[in-house]
Design a protein around this ligand. Structure first.
Ligand SMILES: C[C@@](CO)(OP(=O)(O)O)[C@H](O)COP(=O)(O)OP(=O)(O)OC[C@H]1O[C@@H](n2ccc(N)nc2=O)[C@H](O)[C@@H]1O
Ligand SMILES: Nc1ncnc2c1ncn2[C@@H]1O[C@H](COP(=O)(O)OP(=O)(O)O)[C@@H](O)[C@H]1O
Length: 284
C-alpha cells in the first residue's frame, strides 16, 4: 500500500493558556497542503516492524511511524508484521507537522489494511497519545483547532489556493518555542480564526490574507531571518505571508498558480523553496 501524508500550514495561531502538565491551550487554523511524505507499507509474515526512511537520521525506533505502529498493534492484535519505507519530503523542525502527519497516515493505513473500521473517536484517541497535531493531520480539509490542538471543527470549503513555502537554514524546536512564549512577558493575541474560516468558506483570498496571524512570530529568537523571508515573498507577489506553527518555515499566498510558479522560479535560486496548493477535500 502507498499512502500520502500531507503537510500543514497554520493560517492563525494563538496560545490562550498553559496547563499544569506544560501543554498549552490553542486557538488555530490547520490548513492541509499538497506537499507530502509518502509511506510504502507491505505486510510480512512475522510480528515485527522493519522500518526504513529516505533520511537516515530519522531511521530509528523513536520515529513517529514506529511509535504509531506499536500503539496500534497494542490495541489491535490482528495487526501483524509490516515493512514500511518512509520517503520524506516535508522539511523538519519547520512548523509543517512533518512527523505528526506520518503518524496520522499510519493510523489511516492500518485502519484500511486490517479493516478495523475505527471511529473518529478511536482514531483521535490514538492520535492525541502520539502528538497534539496528529488528529488534525487525519483530516483532508482545513479545521479550527482548540484545546491542545485536538478539538477540531471542520471548515466547510473546497477552496484551493497557491502557496510558496520557504525554509530558512535555521530550524526551531516546538518545545523551545512554547517555552519562549511562556518567558515572553506581554504577547499580543489576535483572534482571527472565524474571519479566516469565513474567507475559506466564501473563497475570498483577500479576507484570508487579512486574517493571517501567528503569535509565535513575536517570540522567535531570529526575528530578522523571518522578516527577510516574508519580505522576499511579498516582493515576489504574495498577497499574504506568515510563519507556520512554531516555525521556522514561512509561507506566502498568491493570487493564482502562475504568479506562484513565477515566484518559485525566482526564489528557489536563493532559498529552500516548496511550491504547493491548499487541500480542502470534504471528507473521506
Ligand atoms: C505549534 C504547532 C501548531 O500547530 O505545530 P508545529 O510547529 O509543531 O508544526 C503544534 O502545537 C505542535 O504540535 P505537536 O508537534 O504535535 O506537539 P507535540 O509533539 O505533542 O509536543 C511537542 C512539544 O510542544 C509542546 N506543546 C505542544 C502542543 C501544545 N498544545 N502545547 C504544548 O506545549 C509540548 O509540551 C511538547 O514539548
Ligand atoms: N516521521 C518523522 N518525520 C520527521 N521527524 C520525525 C518523525 N518522527 C519523529 N521525528 C522527530 O521529530 C522532530 C521534529 O518533527 P517535525 O514534525 O519536523 O516538527 P515540526 O512539526 O515542528 O516541523 C524531528 O527532528 C525528529 O527527530
Amino acid at each position: 500500500m502507498k499512502i500520502e501524508a500531507r503537510a500543514k500550514i497554520n493560517l492563525t495561531l494563538n496560545v490562550t493558556g498553559r496547563r499544569d502538565n506544560g501543554y498549552h491551550d490553542l486557538e488555530l487554523i490547520f490548513q492541509p497542503v499538497s506537499l507530502c511524505d509518502t509511506l510504502y507499507i507491505e505486510k510480512k509474515p512475522d510480528q515485527s516492524l522493519a522500518f526504513s526512511c529516505s533520511v537516515k537520521l530519522f531511521e530509528n525506533e523513536d520515529n513517529l511511524v514506529c511509535k504509531t505502529y506499536r500503539a496500534m498493534a497494542q490495541r489491535y492484535p490482528q495487526i501483524g508484521g509490516l515493512s514500511v519505507f518512509l520517503k520524506k519530503r516535508i522539511p523538519s523542525g519547520a512548523g509543517m507537522a512533518g512527523g505528526s502527519t506520518d503518524a496520522a497516515a499510519m493510523i489511516r493505513a492500518l485502519d484500511q489494511m486490517y479493516g478495523l473500521h475505527m471511529t473518529w473517536e478511536q482514531k483521535k484517541e490514538i492520535a492525541v497519545s502520539l502528538g497534539a497535531d496528529v488528529a488534525a493531520c487525519l483530516l483532508t480539509q482545513a479545521s479550527i483547532g482548540r484545546g491542545i490542538g485536538e478539538e477540531l471543527t471542520k471548515i466547510d470549503t473546497d477552496f484551493t489556493y497557491s502557496i510558496l513555502v520557504l525554509k530558512p537554514k535555521v530550524s526551531f524546536s516546538t518545545a523551545q518555542m512554547y517555552r519562549a512564549i511562556d518567558e515572553s512577558g506581554q504577547i499580543t493575541q489576535r483572534y482571527l480564526s472565524q474571519e479566516a474560516a469565513a474567507g475559506l468558506e466564501t473563497k475570498d483570498l483577500d479576507r484570508i490574507c487579512a486574517s493571517l496571524y501567528n503569535v509565535f512570530e513575536e517570540a522567535i529568537p531570529e526575528k530578522a531571518v523571518i522578516r527577510e523571508l516574508k519580505q522576499a515573498l511579498t516582493r515576489s507577489g504574495a498577497i499574504g505571508s506568515l510563519m507556520t506553527g512554531s516555525g521556522s518555515c514561512v509561507y506566502g499566498i498568491y493570487r493564482n498558480r502562475r504568479m506562484r510558479d513565477r515566484a518559485y522560479r525566482m526564489l528557489k535560486k536563493h532559498y529552500q523553496a516548496y511550491a504547493c496548493e491548499a487541500v480542502n477535500r470534504p471528507q473521506q
